[in-house]
Design a protein around this ligand. Structure first.
Ligand code: TRP
Length: 336
């Protein structure tokens, strides 16, 4: 039987953090057993906000190494760099010309990011979800695992696919496969250490708000010690009045691989002074093997390049078929 396909990606900007691991990558690790996984570094998306050209390539390699260090198996999954395949930008252009502008002006993430950028809003920032639609539709995935914040982009992807199918496809042979989103449940969401109501994020100016996957043990311990808490005695899950308490317990649960009930019982009568060192230790222990593997991989550029070359070839063999089909349907001549 043919395995169903999943596709997802992360933007290589800055270091990956605990939220990327527990929220996204760990999910992919489970999914790669059952699904044909296509996982990429969205480096074309990385320049939709001002970026540092001296870091782009290194950051992209580091994300690839991080995928593998966390447990993505390059023998099972296809790992590739978005910009290494021209099909992404090319299909995005075709989609651009067929997507109504007002579909993009509605995007919540654009509105939020545009406010932050002030004067400096590029067309790319507005166009970001169209490129994402191209990323996805090129590979005809069955499922696209993403966080809650990407839900609207997935709906846009489906809208674009349906629109092209309607305008240029036929009943018997749809032009594009319409994928389903696989939205992570809220429990997998890792929140900021400085504000339990906000997502842990690369773009938060405060380093203290997140744990980078490459933070050394002493930094991890210090960040946990300084993490925002409250004045209550005892620790419990799911109290909307205690978002930080919920987040830190949730992190402890995920990192120590215990059930929620076990953690709730263990921590019910603890104070922060007792809990925080435990959380810090669980985090250091869970990240240690990933950090060791990451250091090894970062020292073996040839190996990484081989993986990415192989990934690109496999990805191209799928992407180019879809791109040609779309170009044919739009009436383009084929290069001779
Ligand atoms: N926009 C996604 C994010 O910020 C990254 C991304 C780009 C992506 N292209 C994609 C995710 C295609 C899934 C599928 O998380």
């Amino acid at each position: 039987m043919v395995r169903q396909r999943i596709l997802s990606g992360i933007q290589p900007t800055g270091n990956l953090h605990l939220g990327n691991y527990l929220g996204a990558i760990r999910n992919w690790i489970d999914l790669q057993q059952e699904y044909d996984a296509f996982l990429f570094m969205a480096d074309l998306h990385a320049i939709t906000v001002p970026h540092d050209p001296r870091r782009l390539a290194a950051d992209t390699y580091k994300v690839a190494a991080t995928y593998i260090a966390c447990g993505i198996d390059p023998a099972r999954a296809t790992i590739f760099v978005q910009s290494h395949l021209s099909a992404h930008a090319e299909l995005a252009w075709l989609f651009n010309c067929l997507t109504p502008l007002n579909w993009l002006e509605r995007m919540i993430q654009f509105k939020e990011k545009a406010v932050k950028q002030g004067e400096n809003v590029s067309i790319g920032l507005l166009d970001y979800p169209v490129l994402q639609a191209a990323d996805i539709l090129l590979y005809e995935p069955d499922l696209v695992p993403v966080g809650e914040d990407q839900k609207q982009h997935l709906e846009l992807t489906r809208d674009i696919a349906n629109r092209l199918n309607f305008q240029y496809g036929s009943q018997e042979s749809p032009l594009l496969k319409v994928p389903e989103p696989l939205i992570r449940e809220a429990g997998a969401r890792v929140m900021s250490l400085s504000d339990g109501t906000r997502k842990m994020s690369k773009s938060d100016p405060s380093e203290q708000s997140r744990i980078d996957l490459s933070d050394p043990p002493e930094v991890i311990i210090k960040k946990i010690k300084r993490a925002k808490t409250d004045q209550e005695r005892g620790l419990w899950f799911d109290d909307p009045a205690r978002p930080e308490c919920h987040n830190l317990l949730n992190l402890y649960m995920l990192l120590s691989q215990q059930s929620k009930a076990a953690v709730a019982a263990e921590c019910a009568s603890m104070g922060w002074g007792q809990f925080k060192p435990r959380l810090g230790e669980a985090m250091v222990t869970a990240l240690a093997p990933i950090q060791t593997r990451l250091a090894e991989l970062m020292g073996d550029r040839t190996y990484l390049e081989g993986i990415l070359r192989q990934g690109r070839e496999k990805a191209a063999s799928v992407a180019n078929v879809t791109l040609t089909r779309v170009k044919d349907a739009l009436g383009y001549s084929r290069p001779l």
